[in-house]
Design a protein around this ligand. Structure first.
Ligand SMILES: [Zn+2]
Length: 506
């Protein structure tokens, strides 16, 4: 109570001294926490679905946005504007400031296919791509909980983490009593929620009942399994990950027309016939499922990016950032090989791609209809699988939401306010708003004009008659700590170069 009072008084005192200090330093160091930073002259795109507005001086005290001072552009030009002061300043003139992006479906990876991969590589890419929060939905739970603490303390250059622990690990709980105990044990460890897949109905019901009592969120990878979206609706899932369980709940005859030789464990089979799933859903039944999800408050994280190789393998394999930033462990893991999850491109045909293109058309139309009916759509990348790199995957996901028909303002809302709501953090994350956490990104360009300006590798533009590389995120602030995004990308590149040298034996 005293501390809170003290903090309130400090904030009041500092907002009262609104004198522009010309000696405030602009040499902001990446990864250093300052007492008070002012992001100057920022055009803001908030996460709440409203258009750009500005300019503002955004005042950050510690880890919180404490003031947003609207500026009169004429007074700014003539130097007569009253400006708040800070220890350090970030000049956002001509730039756009957005809430930090939230990745609601990420995996902390320290190895791929049994080969170690430095954690710093993934963390650097996430920050370089403007991601300030990651909901981890399956990793080494104990390690990621420790990482969450280090990130919260500001001890490591990383996004903040919410840990949705993988529920199914050995020994697999076989009874509802054992299932309930597993949920309690995970809660005891300190997880924020659970990641479920492949559960039988009675077990799923028990798990969700126990999770609700303990206030744990539920992310359900709704695969083709005994349960489908109707069970998520009935038992109260927080978010459906990916999509399968939604069309699967709308098949008129109750089961997809699989060929007799189909085996779910064969990933070529699984992903090939997943490409037929949307077309087999009955549209009238599908609308019923969407309405059920809306009524029950079940959100949807479609992860459109992670299936894109299925509709266009060549595009997926030829992404330009692979040249400098694809870690050799990922390169190895992505190679078609039944041993690696998602590396199923063995005999992948033009017919498969054609099915998947149709699959995407129905899927995207369904997403649009879901939001029209009041549903909540979030954004996640699921990178580290199927040719998707950390961070880049989330930015590609934003482009695919635009392709689905959403206005870029809505796309940004999906990645900020909607994700914050899904994570149960809507009172502190996802907005550029006084009292919210100082999680924001300063972008060299207008993402409403072109979402591609968010890519850390930038875009080609004609500037003063010359073709130049521009764009990219300049600063990613998490908890008020500024990270210089181009430097984070450079670090990831150095890690990759070092790993490649080690392999080639130089
Ligand atoms: Zn995943």
């Amino acid at each position: 109570m005293m501390r809170l009072l003290f903090r309130t008084l400090t904030i009041m005192a500092s907002t009262l001294s609104l004198v522009y200090s010309s000696n405030a330093q602009t040499n902001v160091q990446s990864g250093v926490r300052y007492d008070r930073i002012v992001v100057r002259n920022a055009t803001v795109i908030d996460g709440n679905g409203t258009p750009a507005i500005g300019p503002f001086d955004i005042v950050i005290q510690g880890n919180t946005i404490v003031d947003m001072v609207p500026l009169d552009p004429v007074a700014v030009k003539s130097g007569t504007a009253v400006r708040p002061e800070g220890d350090r300043e970030i000049d956002a003139t001509g730039k756009y400031v957005l809430p930090g992006l939230i990745n609601a479906h990420g995996h902390v990876h320290e190895a791929r296919g049994g080969i170690a991969q430095p954690l710093e590589y993934e963390l650097s890419l996430w920050l370089a791509c403007g991601i300030t929060t990651v909901r981890d939905v399956g990793s080494d739970t104990k390690k990621t909980l420790a990482l969450r603490s280090r990130s919260d303390a500001g001890d490591i250059a990383a996004p903040r983490f919410l840990v949705y622990a993988r529920y199914s690990f050995k020994p697999i709980p076989r009874t509802t009593a054992a299932a309930r105990k597993r949920v309690r044990d995970l809660k005891e460890m300190g997880v924020d929620g659970l990641k479920l897949f492949g559960l039988d109905r009675d077990i799923m019901e028990a798990v969700l009942d126990e999770a609700h009592k303990l206030n744990l969120g539920i992310a359900h990878h709704a695969g083709v399994e005994e349960t489908n979206a109707w069970d998520d609706i009935r038992f109260g899932t927080t978010s459906i990950e990916h999509w399968y369980g939604i069309p699967d709940a709308a098949i008129a005859d109750g089961v997809q027309s699989f060929p007799a030789t189909y085996n779910y464990n064969d990933e070529v089979d699984r992903f090939r016939y997943a490409g037929h799933l949307w077309r087999e859903a009955n549209s009238e039944r599908l609308m019923g499922v969407l309405d059920g999800m809306v009524a029950a408050g079940v959100a949807w994280i479609p992860t459109l990016d992670i299936y894109e190789a299925s509709r266009d393998l060549q595009r997926a394999q030829g992404q330009p950032w692979f040249k400098d930033y694809l870690h050799p462990t990922l390169e190895q893991y992505f190679k078609p090989d039944p041993a690696n999850h998602g590396s199923y491109f063995l005999g992948w045909t033009s017919t498969d791609e054609t099915h998947w293109k149709e699959n995407y058309r129905i899927w995207m139309a369904t997403l649009r209809e879901f939001e029209r009916r009041g549903g909540t759509i979030g954004v996640g990348e699921d990178a580290g699988f199927i040719y998707q790199m950390y961070g880049f995957g989330l930015l590609r996901e934003l482009e695919l939401h635009q392709e689905a028909g959403f206005h870029p303002i809505k796309v940004i809302q999906h990645a900020t306010v909607n994700n914050a709501r899904i994570l149960g953090r809507e009172e502190m994350l996802g907005r550029i708003r006084v009292g919210f956490r100082a999680d924001l990104i300063v972008v060299n360009g207008n993402p409403l004009e072109d979402l591609k300006v968010l890519y850390p590798t930038g875009v080609q533009r004609i500037i003063d008659g010359v073709a130049k590389r521009s764009g990219g995120i300049e600063w990613t602030l998490k908890d008020g700590i500024p990270y210089h995004a181009p430097s984070m990308l450079k670090r990831a590149g150095a890690i990759v170069a070092e790993a490649r040298r080690a392999i080639s034996g130089q």
